[in-house]
Design a protein around this ligand. Structure first.
Ligand code: ACO
Length: 354
């Protein structure tokens, strides 16, 4: 059967670096607290006006397309994953299509937060397998810095996230690795559990009408009819920022990420001993270390770069995958395992033989 392979990969991070020390100018925090709880030392923030989620995605895409040996005009489908789009609508896919002067191809936006890239990769993989498309561009990009609360009130969230983008070009393959085994994406595995959707979420702008919220938010519908989508009160009560119950996210992530890795290995008749490199979504170094311990993996079997970039949500896996590949840590025939967990909750896994 025809499979899909990563024919080109690229990433882009903005040039502005913010260390933990820099964040102390805005909030009551410390390098020690951030490193101990998250492993993060620094992150990159996009230019306030010059860069957007789409422009960063475009930079990553240009590299991936060039490395695939094609031009933007040969791409026949775009899938763009982000939770921080340039506009509420339309999505970033069409903005990228315009920026790269692509043909009038389909452009799909994926809203699956931290597992967005793996959901996008899975959709692309199916389109390649059915023969529908030959060159699919998959992008994960985030400009978190525009939407975070940088006061002490928001410090449990704002210190974690960074900006950046990663992209891959998927193409069909029937090739075998030198080991004689099939190359390309071997399988993808997608999951969700909406029971805890609100504990890692940005509620506004939205159509929820505050029906599940306590006073005073529950009364907004009467007071501001017609302005529910975004109101002054939402801003006054800081309801325009993301919310996160960190410990609850942590507990679920360290169960579901290893679980989906085991599921993916089993589906391919592999074991953890066969993993050459695991790239976990860069949520938090402590989560990645738990996942590593649970799967009994050696240090050289796991790649982490959250120390430099923070959590870049949909961009974290393609950035880490690209950086690991550029550093020579992924070679032909290697079994690369990807796993992600995030808001929704949604989680996903993928196994690739490079
Ligand atoms: N600097 C200093 N102090 C802080 C900061 C900060 N940036 N943030 C919170 N604190 C304080 C709190 O106010 C609290 O103080 P108190 O005890 O006086 O009330 C104290 O630190 C402990 O707060 P907790 O929220 O209980 O801290 P916790 O030990 O749980 O660590 C963290 C918080 C790092 C978010 C942790 O829960 C975690 O890693 N959760 C996983 C969530 C995650 O990784 N999310 C990423 C996005 S989702 C994803 O990608 C899967």
């Amino acid at each position: 059967m025809q499979r899909s392979k990563i024919a080109g990969i690229g990433y882009y991070v903005p040039k502005n670096v913010f260390t933990n020390e820099d964040l102390k100018k805005y909030m009551d925090t410390s390098d020690e607290w951030i490193q101990e709880r998250t492993g993060i030392k620094e992150r990159h923030y996009a230019d306030r006006t010059g860069e957007t989620t789409t422009t960063m995605g475009v930079e990553a895409a240009k590299i991936a397309i060039e490395r695939a040996g094609i031009t933007p005009q040969e791409i026949d489908f775009i899938i763009f994953a982000t939770l921080s789009p340039d506009y509420y609508f339309p999505g970033c896919g069409v903005l990228l299509q315009r920026a790269l002067k692509m043909k009038e191809i389909g452009a799909l936006d994926v809203r699956n937060q931290c597992s967005g890239f793996l959901y996008a990769l899975s959709v692309a993989d199916q389109f390649i397998k059915t023969g529908m498309y030959k060159n699919i561009l998959v992008v994960g990009s985030e400009k978190h810095s525009f939407g975070l609360d940088f006061s002490t009130r928001g410090r449990n969230i704002s210190v974690i996230f960074g900006d950046g983008a990663g992209a891959v070009v998927l193409q069909p393959t029937n090739a075998l690795a030198s080991s004689g085994k099939e190359q390309g994406i071997l399988s993808t595995h997608l999951h969700s559990d909406g029971e805890s959707a609100e504990i890692l979420a940005m509620y506004n702008p939205g159509t929820h009408a505050n029906h599940w919220q306590p006073e005073p938010f529950a009364t907004f519908d009467k007071a501001e009819i017609g302005q529910m989508f975004m109101s002054h009160a939402m801003i006054d009560y800081a309801q325009n920022f993301p919310n996160m119950d960190g410990p609850a996210v942590f507990k679920k992530a360290i169960i579901k990420m290893p679980e989906v890795v085991e599921e993916a290995l089993l589906a391919n008749g592999l074991t953890t001993a066969n993993i050459d490199l695991l790239i976990p979504h860069q949520a938090n170094l402590r989560i990645a270390q738990f996942v590593q311990r649970k799967l009994n993996l050696r240090d050289d079997q796991v790649y982490n770069n959250i120390q430099k970039y923070g959590n870049t949500t949909a961009a974290s896996i393609p950035i880490a995958l690209c950086e690991a590949w550029e550093e020579g840590k992924i070679k032909e025939g290697d079994v690369v395992c990807l796993t992600a967990f995030g808001s929704g909750f949604t989680w996903a896994g993928a196994i690739i033989r490079w």
